[in-house]
Design a binder for this molecule. Structure first.
Ligand code: BMA
Length: 881
């Protein structure tokens, strides 16, 4: 059985620019990358170049590939040209003759052809403007409502974010964005898939192995253990006339795959070998990494009078609170992302404490490298189908294009153990609600749905679940995000996008505790990227042109009304220094406070069996597709923002929480003031008597009880004096896999007092989880004379931080432009008198360290900005702070 694959990557590719053929520098390719490499356009990410490059998306672009196939000793081989993906309206010609027309970026094409060995063949790929096509479709089928991007995008099966989003530029690229190759074979394996079932008691895994072939009649199946040993040898599958065959493998005591927060990620390898009695020497082999696990989305009533149903995941029978993040494409031009980029990103998610990434519906079905990294590093994947923020059409050609897309993409992805959920769309139900489209949950007849003003319900509740049932029945399906309660904002059922902080009612972030839900799949707060990242897109500009409200900074923030919102939240809460480092620091501190508040409180609602009141929280968003100000917690250049560190502390296996709650007298006695958790900004003229009490709790994600001592200390912020009367130690046992309430309504002080709570190991009092509650808003507190000191260890692998008075947001950095390879073990710290916070650091080498904290900007002569450090001071000199 002979098979040969010729990846045309190394063939001679060129593209046409103003009647000239220029060599391509990328394969797979997107046209902007070629124009950039050929020096024909400036960097679309720099300055405001994006504006001037819109002409690219309006034009037609042609690629040419010249290639030869070698002479072989085999007769009668089938020859097929394979296009894994063409973005989007493409006409393909082979030696001048049209062989393909494609209109969906996510379709794969296999075109049988006659190629002559030794002769130069020419492929010509013409991409016409997706904008023009989309507008023609819009004209034919009518305008439809949407959020984000050009309205024509709803008719075009192309990555929605290419049309621009509230965090991304409009860069309508095109090209052969996935592999192009020639396959020659007598027979080939089309696919092999193992649908894995693990029994309830986890003792046995059954692999339902399906093979599909084209030519050839016997497929030999082998299974290798994670250690590389052959566990199942040579099970033969005879394929039928339809090319399909199946077999079952039963494995006793399987090594199970877990998300990283619960355990290890052993990967078996399934190997399928197509053989033929007539030509035993050469074969076609396919391998699949296999993780054996039982993954279920659980939606069942809660106990203890809690309303509604849960929304949580059980992996290998273990119910888990799933912290995570939403994932968008990591570049506007994904062809330039390497496997290493994907590994780094998934690593950032893992190190940041995230157990799930939601591949959001406005991006792409991700690259193989992304899912492989998730399989290997133990990250659960929630996979949206690509529908986002729109009222999609349902004319027959559109539906059949979608059906083919979804079946092909799920066929490609279904064997990844990381994928635990397929979801129908992003926010299309929310938009339908806003538009008051017809939606009768009682009407279960899909034919009727097509006649309503919300025909796309057919897609999410009929077409897509049928595709999943057909191709990947072992993966759970959820019709939309958000979806599932009585409406999309129902906190007691389904998942929820909590945007009443930032969008919606623009509530103070301090009210997050009251805004949770059964599973919060989006919520977020913006922050500027690191000053070095800002420098990367402004480096051609003079210093005077780059300031927080400059045109270029506004251009690099695509969110509607961002000035009012980011500005509003900042004015409400913090003081800041009006320059780029000051702005970056303050917005990041704001974001870090907002997001960690949400995680701290929502994780507390994972209260054990029958009380899974919040089953998971995904932050919008992990990453960016270009350098900008957005909701991302890690910027485009992979620099973690402060929030990445503060979220990580909330998501550690064991975390601790403390809150102050206002109580006041009313006609019915003393009661908690609604939403007044940790105080709120913006309540002027309220001089009523109030009492402040304190609650504390801890969260334990491990499956064992943990003994600890809760230590509570209180300090006056301005003077730094400890208030010994409020000092407390309490022995506690933290229940496994849930939160535990520790202190309930103990009397507390409010004004100018910060509480620091730590969990200490009973053996040696070593702190292993800490948190603090500061009076709000921060802008009202004064932070003079903190005297922050840094001591760098002689081997330069750690920095010890101390402070004379309680200090907020201590941010360690290196001096200068070059921070490559520098990795801080922790950052954005709250430091209290007497603490010696040892922060590990990788890759520091000879670089100088600088520090900033909340308030340091106002101690005028004691500030060290990234770009501003006095020379020749000893490392631990006090003046250095
Ligand atoms: C969401 C997402 C995106 C958007 C984000 C921020 O709800 O689904 O569409 O980018 O909010 O507005």
């Amino acid at each position: 059985m002979y098979t040969q694959t010729l990846d045309l990557k190394s063939a001679s590719w060129s593209f046409n620019y103003e009647d000239q053929w220029l060599p391509c520098a990328h394969s797979p390719s997107q046209i902007h990358l070629e124009l950039l490499s050929a020096g024909k356009i400036p960097d679309p990410f720099e300055g405001m170049n994006e504006k001037d490059l819109q002409w690219i998306g309006e034009r037609c672009w042609t690629y040419r590939c010249e290639f030869e196939i070698p002479e072989l000793d085999h007769d009668d081989l089938k020859t097929v040209l394979v296009f894994e993906g063409l973005d989007t309206f493409a006409t393909v010609r082979l030696d001048g003759k049209q062989i393909l027309k494609s209109e969906n970026q996510f379709h794969t094409h296999r075109i049988p052809t006659n190629l002559t060995p030794g002769r130069t063949h020419t492929l010509t790929l013409t991409f016409s403007s997706a904008l023009h096509h989309g507008h023609a479709l819009l004209h034919t089928h009518g305008n439809r409502a949407l959020w984000n991007g050009d309205a024509s995008r709803l008719y075009v099966r192309k990555a929605p974010y290419h049309y621009g989003w509230d965090w991304g530029p409009v860069l309508m690229t095109c090209g052969p964005w996935r592999e192009v190759r020639v396959e020659r074979y007598e027979g080939r394996l089309v696919d092999v898939v193992a649908k894995v079932e693990v029994t309830d008691n986890l003792s046995t895994a059954t692999l339902d192995v399906e093979v599909e072939t084209e030519g050839g009649d016997v497929v030999t199946i082998q299974l290798f253990s994670p250690e590389g040993d052959l566990v199942v040898d040579g099970q033969d599958v005879r394929v039928g006339k339809d090319g399909k065959g199946r077999t079952e493998i039963t494995l006793k005591d399987p090594e199970l795959w877990y998300p990283h927060s619960l355990g290890v990620q052993p990967l078996y390898e399934l190997r399928a070998v197509l053989t033929s009695p007539t030509s035993p020497s050469t074969t076609h082999t396919l391998t699949r990494p296999l993780g054996l696990r039982r993954a279920k989305l659980i939606q069942r009533p809660l106990k203890h009078d809690a309303p509604g149903t849960t929304f949580h995941f059980e992996i290998n029978g273990v119910p888990m609170f799933v912290p995570g993040a939403d994932w968008i494409p990591a570049d506007s031009f994904t062809c330039r992302l390497t496997d290493k980029d994907y590994e780094d990103w998934v690593d950032l998610a893992v190190r940041g404490g995230h157990a799930m990434l939601r591949v959001w519906g406005g991006g792409i079905y991700e690259s193989e490298a992304f899912y492989r990294a998730c399989d290997e590093k133990g990250v659960l994947v929630w996979q949206d189908i690509l529908f986002a923020c729109g009222q999609y059409p349902t004319h027959p050609e559109f539906l059949s294009s979608v059906e083919r897309e979804v079946k092909e993409e799920l066929g490609r992805l279904r064997h990844h153990p990381s994928i635990v959920l397929v979801c129908g769309n992003n926010e299309d139900y929310m938009l339908a609600e806003q538009l008051k489209l017809e939606y009768d949950p009682e009407d279960t007849n899909p034919e009727n749905w097509l006649k309503t003003s919300f025909p796309a319900r057919w897609i999410y509740e009929k077409l897509l679940p049928e595709c999943v049932e057909d191709v990947a029945p072992h993966i759970d399906y959820h019709p939309g995000s958000p979806w599932g309660g009585k409406d999309t904002m129902d906190p007691n059922g389904g998942d929820l996008h909590q945007w009443n902080v930032w969008h919606g009612s623009q509530a103070p972030y301090q009210t997050y505790p009251a805004l949770g839900g059964r599973f919060v799949s989006e919520f977020g707060m913006q922050a500027a990227p690191h000053p070095r990242t800002i420098k990367s897109f402004t480096h051609g500009m003079s210093e005077g042109e780059v300031y927080p409200q400059s045109a270029v900074m506004d251009h690099h923030n695509k969110a509607d009304g961002h000035e009012k919102r980011l500005g509003g939240y900042l004015v409400e809460n913090f003081r800041w220094k009006d320059d780029i480092p000051g702005w970056s620091y303050a917005t990041q501190l704001l974001q870090s406070e907002a997001l960690s508040t949400a995680y701290r409180h929502w994780r507390r609602a994972w209260r054990g069996e029958g009380r899974e009141e919040c089953g998971g929280v995904l932050v919008w968003q992990l990453n960016d597709c270009w350098p900008c100000t957005s909701w991302a917690v890690v910027d485009y250049e992979k620099r973690a923002k402060m929030a990445w560190f503060t979220i990580r502390r909330e998501l550690a296996t064991i975390s601790v929480g403390v809150e102050r709650v206002e109580k006041r007298d009313g006609p019915e006695g003393e009661k908690v003031v609604k939403g007044a958790v940790d105080g709120q900004p913006g309540q002027p003229f309220d001089y009523a008597e109030k009492k402040v009490v304190l609650n504390a709790w801890a969260c334990n994600a491990s499956l064992k009880s943990v003994s600890a001592i809760l230590q509570l200390r209180a300090y006056e912020i301005k003077s730094g004096e400890e208030l010994p009367a409020l000092r407390l130690r309490k022995e506690v046992t933290l229940a496994p896999n849930s939160s535990t309430e520790i202190l309930t309504e103990i009397d507390a002080e409010d004004t100018d007092v910060v509480y620091n709570a730590c969990l200490l190991a009973p053996e040696d009092d070593a702190a292993f989880a800490c948190t603090s509650s500061w009076p709000q808003p921060f802008k009202h507190s004064l932070f003079p004379a903190r005297n922050v000191q840094l001591t760098i260890s002689p081997d330069r692998t750690s920095v010890t931080v101390t402070a004379d008075r309680p200090t907020k947001g201590v941010w360690l950095d290196v001096v200068g432009d070059d921070d490559r390879g520098v990795n801080w073990g922790d950052n954005c710290l709250d430091v209290f008198p007497g603490d010696e916070r040892v922060v590990e650091v990788e890759g520091l080498e000879e670089r100088e360290v600088c520090v900033r904290w909340y308030g340091s900007d106002f101690e005028k002569d004691k500030i060290f900005d990234v770009y501003d450090v006095p020379k020749n001071l000893p490392e631990n000199s006090p003046e250095k702070n």
